[in-house]
Design a protein around this ligand. Sequence first.
Ligand SMILES: [Zn+2]
Length: 205
Amino acid sequence: MPLSKQHKAENSKNLLPKTAINNGWLSGVEQHKSDFFSTRCQEDKISLLVIHNISLPAGVFGTNHISELFLGKIDPNAHPSFADLAQLKVSAHCLIRRDGSIIQYVSFDDNAWHAGISIFNNREKCNDFSIGIELEGTDDIPYQDVQYQQLAQLTLCLQQQYPLICHDNIVGHCDIAPGRKTDPGRAFNWSYFHQLLQKTKEKTR
Ligand SMILES: [Zn+2]
């Protein structure tokens, strides 16, 4: 098989099925349920998608430490930079790893603890009305194409389920916590992501 085709075939097994959300959980992806969530208020309609990046240790990919952090199980002695992380109670709804595989930690219908002190369109506490997706990565290292593919597919699923997440309501953590957060960083190609999202929409029509 030509390399390019082989690559495509490998990637395509990662892609999410077209309709994939049941009771706030994606079907067909790994689930590790985190205790770091709170119940959404009925009035807080999901209307925002926040894109983040994370790597643990910083710049190292392919470890289980991100899941350990979101599950409250990180070993403070495993790396010097983890000492301060052990007390943190943080989570995201999903992580998209470098190979495109997705792990979900919190139901979309609950608040994950990803945004921190934040504001969007004059409204504070973005966790209350947003979904947080982490890309395994850093601000400066280019993301993998399969991560963009997965993010576009996942975003479309979320938009179908939560239609208030319109184009302008897909932002980076840097946009809702300016001066405090920089992710997903300059490495994240917004125009490529929006192009892919558009293409994904057209394909499923
Ligand atoms: Zn972030």
